[in-house]
Design a protein around this ligand. Structure first.
Ligand code: HEM
Length: 229
């Protein structure tokens, strides 16, 4: 059934919270470490003091680690779907990725194959962010607790690894935010109350909508009405 005759339920509330807590932690971790890399951000040390920033970095690191663990209870369905989707790469995703770049400048690609719950680009983002999370957490834990436990030559490698991973995850997050807010602002609604417009869902995730109709979760007539309005 559609919500308010025009919206499709896409994400649970638990998954929406998981996403935003992860996003806030990620940016706070980035911000609290910035003065270590660029003098332009030294003003943060002057404002808060290095010890406060270091404690804040550790505080957000703990939430960054605990958030998906709590999510295994509160957002089980969304996490399960992300993991199952990551391993579903197929020929359609390749076609999607070849045709997709013009959408970055606002042109809707022609003959795009129907996409499932997550499209080829989102699958790549999911795989990348899960891997980045794991590397950041492991390298961060070695830096935090590793003194006297882990060989110092290994610990020395963790600093560039942690920094490199944070940098590419940040670049990925900027691309992700651009896509979600500028290219497909309708998708953003899904990260507000968990629903997206039927028209958007049908145009961008047609295979998922077809499945929902086939499984009787959406009524075809109701969908046609929503697509007309
Ligand atoms: C702060 C700005 C952000 C905005 C506006 C934003 C927006 C969104 C939206 C709209 C979706 C749902 C896409 C869909 O339903 O198909 C989503 C999903 C997701 N977001 Fe974000 N997000 C932000 C930050 C982040 C950050 C910082 C990360 C990771 C570090 C992240 C990781 C993800 C992942 C893994 C998904 C699921 C798959 C995907 O759509 O790629 N997001 N986000």
């Amino acid at each position: 059934m559609l919500v308010n005759k025009n919206y499709v339920k896409r994400h649970t509330k638990g998954f929406v919270y998981l996403h935003w807590i992860n996003a806030i932690c990620f940016f706070m971790l980035f911000l609290t470490a910035l003065p270590l890399y660029a003098d332009t951000f030294r003003f943060l040390y002057d404002m808060f003091g290095p010890a406060t920033l270091q404690n804040a970095h550790r505080f957000f690191a703990v939430i960054f680690v605990l958030n998906p663990i709590v999510g295994l209870i509160t957002a089980r369905e969304g996490i399960g779907r992300m993991f199952s989707e990551v391993f579903k790469f197929n020929g359609k995703d390749i076609t999607f990725l070849v045709k997709f770049p013009v959408e970055l400048i606002g042109v809707h690609p022609k003959d795009m194959p129907k996409q499932g719950f997550y499209n080829g680009g989102e699958r790549m983002n999911i795989a990348f962010q899960i891997a980045a999370w794991a590397v950041l957490v492991i390298s961060g834990a070695v830096l935090w607790f590793g003194e006297g436990v882990v060989d110092s030559s290994i610990r020395a490698w963790m600093i560039p690894l942690h920094s490199f991973c944070a940098a590419i995850a940040f670049a990925g997050a900027i691309g992700h935010i651009y896509l979600a807010t500028v290219v497909n602002p309708d998708s953003f609604h899904g990260m507000q109350d968990g629903t997206v417009k039927a028209e958007y869902a049908n145009a961008h995730h047609g295979e998922w909508i077809d499945d929902m109709v086939r499984e009787g979760k959406i009524d075809q007539k109701e969908l046609n009405e929503a697509l007309k309005s």
